[in-house]
Write a protein that binds this ligand. Sequence first.
Ligand code: 5GP
Ligand code: SF4
Ligand code: MG
Length: 465
Amino acid sequence: CGVFGVIGVADAANFVALGMHALQHRGQEAGGIVAHDPVEGFNSARRFGYVRDNFTKASLMETLPGPIGIGHVRYSTAGSKGNTAIRDVQPFFGEFSMGGCAIAHNGNITNAAALRRELIERGSIFQSSSDSECIIHLMARSIQKNIPERMKDALRRVEGAFSVVAMTRTKLIGVRDPLGVRPLVLGRVGEGWALSSETCGLDIIGAEFIREIDPGEMVVIDAKGIESFRPFEQRKSRFCIFEHVYFSRPDSILGGRSVYETRRQIGVELAKEAPVEADLVCPVPDSGTPAAIGYSQESGIPYAMGIIRNQYMGRTFIEPTEQIRNMGVRLKLNVNRGLIKGKRIILVDDSVVRGTTSMKIKEMILDAGAAEVHFRIASPPTAWPCFYGVDTPEKEKLLASTMTEDEMRDFIGVDSLKFISLDGLYRAAGEAKGRDNASPQYCDACFSGDYPVAPSDQLEKGFQL
Ligand code: 5GP
Ligand code: SF4
Ligand code: MG
């Protein structure tokens, strides 16, 4: 998901809609905005579909006046899947004795089922199936006198990954979990301030990037300025390495590094680790493009657009049901036949999850008369599900959980298949010495099975580490 917030501007909702549009790649199922105006009070709108189709209509934006607003773009990693229920669309809102509070959450709460059970037993009335709603109910139970303090209380009970943007009548609040699994950045826009999942959300509104919110930090922003708190026990951060590989936009800056440059560098590493003689290097667009450029630059094999992407389709993975995803590949990608015929092709993609994409692409490319097909993948084999906010399927459906690299090659039916090593990925992400196995610099659980936060709900359901 993507979260965005702004304070201290005229018509905050317009800025929020723009920010959400820039973050659309983080969630395409639905979006919501809450804004507050001193006269009109709190207003909200939650809609299915793209931001651009919902939140530009003057009529809708007029109902969201005021100088403070937050927004959320959703893709379901918890709660209802596929046909997201509108009740699961964020921001969520709670009315407390000291006023209202709206929150938007990116990440996944790993003890949400246990918390929900406890809260329901104690009388909370849940409105949605979303894990994020726990935060509001935990806040309602806090005895603290103001909303930021209540939020600290609530979030101290929450485990897992959370980058939260919240607002009250007068304050904009941003928080990252102690490991800083998901991103969150702070920007200055005119006399106001903005919070965004990624820097591309600041760029679109012309905001100046100030800094990242630190892992474990809470910022509270109002007319008087910014206050920073450290509500949690300090821990070594474990940012999601998959944000660098796939999830974030290539024009964003994460941890001081250009996402594009990291991806290009992954391609360079891949060319060193897994060279092969071929005629062309082709990306599986768009997610494989920067790595393919790097692979081509390092290997000297020409880069070419062997697969063309229909720009009117979204991200295939983010289509939550298998059937839509299966079709999605053909709806989205087509082979550039003239270029491919008779050539030995290196295809670069960001990841192999179920193997659906690679299978379909191989079929299409062999159909077009390619002489050889070599897959190079910009991440290590995805052998473990993510429980921190990226929607990977159950372990059994992950190709790499049941097959070796060679078995996957034969299953997909290509001449070769190679994944970047975990160390190679760390080097590309700026860790010259690779992964520090004693104390890893990133979360890489989907590749390593090393979960930095025990996924307690899952363990209770029988998931085996
Ligand atoms: P598969 O078709 O193997 O199940 O999925 C791999 C494809 O899904 C890749 O092309 C990749 O770009 C895309 N993808 C989109 N979202 C995600 C995600 O959240 N996780 C992973 N691992 N791959 C994703
Ligand atoms: Fe990111 Fe993978 Fe960790 Fe999930 S498990 S937070 S996708 S690195
Ligand atoms: Mg892709």
